[in-house]
Write a protein that binds this ligand. Structure first.
Ligand code: IPD
Ligand code: CA
Ligand code: CA
Length: 267
């Protein structure tokens, strides 16, 4: 039977709002914070409970849909067939723990590898960014305009300082001239928010050398819907099953940065 995308979209929005409400209700409580792959890779019981909340709802309503969730309560997925919900229950956990702001819930829903729905919920500001591909991007009820072209000297670029000092992913000297030429750099600590900031025009581009599908599955749908571009740093299509580098940008700027700073991916 064909999927009823309007219904899926309605449910997903109700669930993400409810999950946000639960996260806000957790603020006065003391968190259990654990480190995962390294001492700075944090997880709390709220990340885990939020993912479990979505999984229960999805399994109850759409038993044939699969789930790729950061905290590992979903399915083991190695190919993109069928409907897949790609969930980051809290993107920006370090901010959540230290600041109780600057984090978001991110959900991308794909069918046979094609993006259908993207939702990013800035829980603290009660701002839901949403897209049903082909139908525009909204911030709550306001439709966002298409993105304008941008050029490097007027651009604000979001990236972590990690990538401009020696690291394992890129010859950092490639990025130094770009950082010197842009108008300014920012680092918000939530890839999902950094992508909606590109979608809303608050910043012009975002670069990361290492992200997972749940960090970008929703955000790239919004940026592309508005005429921006989302690729790896080598200019390749992003994979929704395996992570990679990510370069999200307004139109024009993507080409300029690829050609003049990233040697069209030939580094
Ligand atoms: C992290 C954030 C951060 C990015 C990291 C991600 P998490 O997600 O998006 O901005 O730099 O690479 O892992 O762990 O808070 O969900
Ligand atoms: Ca994340
Ligand atoms: Ca997370």
């Amino acid at each position: 039977m064909a999927n009823n995308w309007e219904e899926i979209d309605t449910y997903a929005k109700v669930w993400i709002k409810e999950a946000g409400e639960r996260i806000r209700a957790s603020f006065p409580k003391t968190l259990n914070v654990h480190a995962k792959s390294n001492p700075n890779d944090l997880v709390t019981e709220i990340d885990q409970q939020t993912e479990q909340f979505f999984i229960e709802k999805i399994r109850g309503n759409y038993p044939d849909h699969r789930i790729l969730g950061e905290e590992g309560f979903g399915d083991n997925i190695d190919q993109d067939s069928g409907v897949i919900w790609i969930i980051d229950p809290i993107d920006g956990t370090m901010n959540f723990v230290h600041q109780q702001r600057n984090f978001a819930i991110s959900i991308g829903i794909y069918e046979n590898g094609k993006g259908k729905i993207g939702l990013i919920y800035d829980v603290v500001h009660d701002e839901l960014y949403h897209v049903r591909t082909g139908n525009g991007v909204y911030l709550n009820d306001r439709k966002l305009p298409a993105l304008n072209k941008a050029a490097v000297p007027e651009a604000i670029l979001a990236l972590n300082a990690t990538w401009v000092v020696e690291n394992k992913r890129i010859n950092h000297e490639l990025l130094i001239p770009l950082v010197q030429k842009v108008r300014g750099t920012r680092s918000y600590g939530s890839a999902a928010l950094e992508m909606v900031y590109v979608a809303t025009g608050r910043i012009d581009a975002y670069i990361s050398l290492r992200l997972a599908p749940w960090d970008y599955a929703a955000g790239i749908l919004m940026v592309e819907e508005l005429g921006g571009q989302a690729t790896t740093l080598r200019g390749d299509k992003l994979d929704i099953i395996n992570g990679s580098s990510v370069f999200v940008s307004k139109p024009g700027l993507h080409q300029e940065i690829m050609r003049n700073y990233l040697k069209d991916g030939k580094w």
